[in-house]
Every structure is written in structure tokens, then in C-alpha cells.
Design a protein around this ligand. Structure first.
Ligand code: F6R
Length: 578
């Protein structure tokens, strides 16, 4: 994963400015960070701290999500070559780094980190002895295997060199400076003009010029994209005094649901209608997604089955092993970030098989959006907390809206108000969450439509509260897992009034001493102990609202335990490695 930034400016800027830009990308990784500004090389373990008034016209910075090598200052970027002339930052993985490193060691290079990335600095130093920088970049594309967005600085040279293959990179054309970054959020308050790198391209950037080349060194023309920022910047500005972004983002849900639904009838109406048409004309639908987005896709498959559409959903990292697709298949990628490497790989496989591709994303101009024939934006606004909440709600609601168009009976006009009403129960939910917080394990059970929701709640609890949780089909418990239920084991049961079999599964665990929390839309159960009541008799809406109740339970359990809610350990928001 990792986030990278490089700035070439007409006037001097401070290291704080550079780090402020990096901070905007911190959700891509937050193990360690560092920067180089032509005079100073600074590296630290931990989250980005925006400070310092070193001044420079050129600099690069990096925030790391460790892959090769532990979380140490030595492994933090930038990495520097032996002679100190080459400084690099890298996002991605150089798969054949060991091979390249071996050769460089024979030449006398000494390495000071355990990373794969350091090899890039030494590689450039070695090759630059005999070749010019353009030739070295062309050669790098030939020799380096894996994925990379790399920024290279050469001491005494006032340019930035940028190379991209499979890891995201974009150039922001800002007033008085050009800024390279892993994504557009680095400069969303500074410009609405950007140039996106495609795979196998490199660029030479100065404060006032940018030249792009293909991997063979042939100059290419690139177009400038004008970006709509309105929502992003407004959302940043309205960050109130929440203790955590996660709670703020849960509370944003009524607003973002409304915005997305409105958009399907207005500015995104055309693309929405095309998507419906394509679904109707496809022989089968296969979703590709990971994590929370995968759970949304499971809901999508459920809704589609309700309206008679053949649909399947696959975890993107396993896509090529299980997908049976051809030109009559419609592959729907769901991804909040639009950059998840596993999803990108699944789409490459879909392209090989000539399947048609559409996507549901939250980040405009993302790689997945750009790989799709049609793409719908869920308009959830930037999610800053690593645990995804409002994006899931908008993904699921959009899938429901699509199925409504295909005949699924649901009134979505009051969904935002129903979410608001649920959020008003947060003090009661907080008390329930504290019961879970005391436990080592938790089980969440659902059936049919609430099975994906059970899995989503379990994922949220694991990643945010660090409590082991399993989300499963209620009917499956008795086939083994019930052996783990003991006196007091917490079980969250998603009791949908239209699927009463879950009541028997709930009773089965209760009889064995489980501490049951019910999330239900059954009015007859409303007054039961430890119950969150959701006022809707519609299955589709119940699923979404039950997931939100789960988000609140998770949030309050994690807060009770003092977890670093917005940045759980070992995670990153945008997962751009395999
Ligand atoms: C969990 C979470 C992750 C992501 C997953 C896919 O809260 O956010 O499980 O859902 O990494 O990411 P996207 O949706 O960006 O493809």
C-alpha cells in the first residue's frame, strides 16, 4: 500500500506543507514515514506528524504499510543509494528484488534496510554511471518485476522522476507547483486539474513542466482531467468534534444515502439506466470484491436472486480460481477505494475472458473506475476511518436501488429517516456493546439476507475492537460451531421477521448459556432484553439497518476498550498489494 508525494515548486515550501500533503494519504499506511527535501532526510516510526520548517523547492515523502521488513526507521522511506545521490520513495512490491539486490551486492553496493524498495535506489545509482536517466527508467521497466509507483530524486537535479506500473499515481497541476501523489486527495484543496498515469508510463516533472513517456521511452500526449471536488472538500471542512472519524462517518449515513439516491435520478441517471440495461441483457452476473465490499456484493447477489437474475459473488483474490466467465458475463467490481489490487487482478482476468466490466466505487478516477465500461459512484464522500461504514451502506443501498428497478419491492424514500431513527438509539446500543467488549469471542448469526450482514458485523468487530468474531449462517451453527458456545458467549442474532427460522437458532444458543443480543424488526420481540429494534418490515432495508446497528455496537465496544479506532493495527485503507 503506502502513500507517496513528490512536489516540484516555483517558490519554496516548508516540510510541514509536504507532510500535510502526506497526512492526507495516511489512510494508505501508517507504520512509519519520512521525507527528503534536498537537504534533510528525516524518517520516523508511527503516524505522520505535520511539523518542521525546513524550506525547499523540491521534495518527496512516503507513509508506509510494511510488506518487506519490519516497522523500523531503517525500513522507512525515502531510501538512499550508497553514494547518497539517489533518493527514492516507492509504493508497491518489487518481486524480483532479491535477484536485483544480489547483482548489486556483487558490484559493491551495501544495503541498510530489509525492504524490497531500497534496491531501486541502488539500481538507479548503478545504471546512471553508464546511461542517462531516461534510458535507466526504460531499463527499469524491463528488469523490475512486480508493482510500483516510484518517485526518484537525484541530488543536484531539479526534477522529479516518476514511474508507474500497477500501483496508483497521479499528477496534480497546482498553482506554482506540480505535485505527484498516490491519489488525488493529496491535492484536492489545491487544484481541480490532474493527469493520471496509466500502467507502464513514466514522467519527468519540474515546477512548470511535465513530460510523459511510455515504458520504451516514447513521448506520449496526456490529457488533463478536470475533477469535481465539491463534496470532498465540503466533507473535510465539516469535520466536527467527533472523537473518531468512524463515528462521524456512521452519523453521515443518512445524508450520504440521500445524496446517492438523488444522484441516481439526476446526474448519474444516464449511467444508472445503462447499468440496468446491461444487467438485463447479461446471461449472468459475477461480482468481484474484497472485505466489506464483498459483503455488500453478497447482499447484491441476494437481491438479484429475488428478482430472478442469476448472480454470483467471488472474493476478488480467488476470482480466477472460481470464476467461470465469458463474453456474456457481466462482472461487477465493488470497491470503495477503487484501487484494491485483488479486484484489479480479477478485472484483468475478466478482460482476458472478454467479459464486460462495470464498477461501483467511491473514488472518482480510481483505477477500477477507469478499467470499467460503466461506473457508478456511490458518493459516500471520503472515508477517513479505516473500518468502512458509510461506503458499505451506500454500496448496499445502491444495489437495492438497482434491484428495485428490476422489480424488488422496497420504498427507499424513507431509508435516510430510518437510519436517523436508529442512530438515536445509540446510547442503548452503547450499553450492549460494553457486554461484548468484555469477551474474547463473539458470534453473529443471520439467515438469507442477514447472513452477509452477520459476516460484515463480525469483520467490523475483529478489525476495530480486536475481538475474535465469526459471522455465520444461523442454520450452520448446529453442524459444529455450537460446540464453542459457553455460558456468557456473546451471540448477536439478526432476527428478520420474514425469516423466522433464525428464532430457533437463537434459542439453541440461548439454551447453552449464550448472552444473546438481538437486532430485530419483529415488533413482538421489541421489549425483549438486550434487543435493538428496527422499525421496518422490508427485508432489504432491514439488512442495511441491521448492519448499521452492528457498526454502532462495534464502535462503542472498540471505544470502551480504548482501541485506535480510525487506524487499527496492521491495516490500511487502500490495499494495493496482492
Ligand atoms: C473493512 C474494510 C476492508 C475493505 C477491503 C476492500 O472495514 O474496509 O475490508 O472493504 O479492503 O476495499 P475496497 O472496498 O476499497 O476495495
Amino acid at each position: 500500500m503506502c502513500g507517496i508525494v513528490g512536489i516540484a515548486a516555483k517558490k519554496e515550501f516548508s516540510s510541514s506543507f509536504l507532510l500535510e500533503r502526506l497526512k492526507r494519504l495516511e489512510y494508505r499506511g501508517y507504520d512509519s514515514y519520512g521525507y527528503y527535501d534536498t537537504k534533510n532526510l528525516e524518517k520516523f516510526v508511527g503516524e505522520v506528524v505535520v511539523t518542521g520548517d525546513n524550506h525547499t523547492k523540491l521534495g518527496v515523502a512516503h507513509t508506509r504499510w510494511a510488506t518487506h521488513g519490519g516497522v523500523t526507521v531503517e525500513n522507512a522511506h525515502p531510501h538512499v543509494s550508497c553514494d547518497g545521490r539517489i533518493i527514492i520513495v516507492h509504493n508497491g512490491i518489487i518481486e524480483n528484488f532479491a535477484e536485483l539486490k544480489k547483482e548489486l551486492i556483487i558490484q559493491g553496493h551495501r544495503f541498510s534496510s530489509q525492504t524490497d524498495s531500497e534496491v531501486i535506489a541502488h539500481y538507479f545509482e548503478s545504471k546512471l554511471k553508464h546511461k542517462d536517466i531516461k534510458q535507466v527508467m526504460v531499463e527499469f521497466f524491463r528488469q523490475a518485476q512486480g508493482t510500483f509507483a516510484v518517485l526518484v530524486m537525484i541530488k543536484g537535479d531539479e526534477k522529479l522522476y516518476a514511474l508507474k506500473k500497477d500501483s496508483p499515481m497521479v499528477l496534480g497541476l497546482c498553482k506554482g507547483m506540480n505535485m505527484l501523489a498516490s491519489d488525488i486527495y493529496a491535492f484536492s484543496d489545491l487544484t481541480d486539474k490532474a493527469v493520471f498515469f496509466e500502467n507502464n508510463e513514466f514522467a519527468i516533472i519540474t515546477e512548470s513542466s511535465w513530460k510523459f513517456f511510455d515504458k520504451n521511452g516514447k513521448a506520449i500526449n496526456k490529457s488533463i482531467k478536470k475533477i469535481e471536488w465539491e463534496n470532498e472538500e465540503k466533507e473535510r471542512a465539516k469535520k466536527k468534534d467527533y472523537k473518531h472519524f468512524m463515528l462521524k462517518e456512521i452519523e453521515d449515513e443518512p445524508g450520504v444515502v440521500k445524496r446517492m439516491l438523488f444522484s441516481m435520478d439526476n446526474e448519474q441517471k444516464q449511467v444508472f439506466n445503462k447499468v440496468i440495461k446491461l444487467i438485463k441483457s447479461s446471461k449472468k452476473i459475477v461480482f468481484a470484491a474484497c472485505g466489506t465490499s464483498y459483503h455488500a456484493s453478497l447482499l447484491g447477489a441476494y437481491y438479484l436472486h429475488q428478482v430472478g437474475v442469476e448472480a454470483q459473488t467471488l472474493i476478488a483474490s480467488e476470482f480466477k480460481h472460481y470464476a467461470n466467465i465469458d463474453k456474456d458475463t457481466l462482472v461487477i467490481a465493488i470497491s470503495q477505494s477503487g484501487e484494491t489490487m485483488d479486484v484489479i487482478d480479477a478485472l484483468k482476468y475478466a478482460q482476458e475472458k472478454k467479459a464486460r466490466i462495470i464498477s461501483i466505487v467511491n473514488v472518482l478516477y480510481s483505477s477500477i473506475q477507469r478499467m470499467s465500461e460503466l461506473s457508478i459512484n456511490i458518493l459516500a464522500g471520503q472515508e477517513r476511518a479505516v473500518p468502512s461504514t458509510k461506503a458499505f451502506v451506500n454500496q448496499a443501498t445502491l444495489l437495492l436501488r438497482i434491484c428495485q428497478e428490476l422489480g424488488y419491492k422496497v420504498n427507499l424514500s424513507n431509508l435516510a429517516d430510518k437510519i436517523k431513527a436508529l442512530l438515536e438509539q445509540k446510547e442503548d446500543i452503547k450499553k450492549l456493546a460494553e457486554q461484548i467488549a468484555e469477551s474474547k469471542d463473539a458470534y453473529i448469526i443471520g439467515r438469507g439476507l442477514t447472513y452477509p450482514v452477520a459476516r460484515e458485523i463480525a469483520l467490523k468487530i475483529k478489525e476495530t475492537a480486536y475481538i475474535h468474531a465469526e459471522g455465520m449462517m444461523g442454520g450452520e451453527l448446529k453442524h459444529g460451531t455450537i460446540a464453542l458456545i459457553e455460558e456468557g458467549t456473546p451471540v448477536i442474532s439478526l432476527v428478520n421477521i420474514n425469516d423466522p427460522d433464525i428464532i430457533s437458532n437463537t434459542k439453541e444458543v440461548e439454551a447453552r448459556g449464550a448472552g444473546v443480543i438481538m437486532i430485530t424488526n419483529n415488533p413482538a420481540l421489541r421489549k425483549e432484553k438486550n434487543t435493538v429494534y428496527i422499525h421496518t418490515d422490508n427485508d432489504g432495508k432491514f439488512g442495511i439497518l441491521a448492519a448499521i446497528a452492528g457498526q454502532l455496537i462495534t464502535y462503542y465496544a472498540a471505544d470502551y476498550l480504548g482501541r485506535p479506532i480510525d487506524k487499527p493495527r496492521n491495516l490500511a485503507k487502500s490495499v494495493t498489494v496482492k
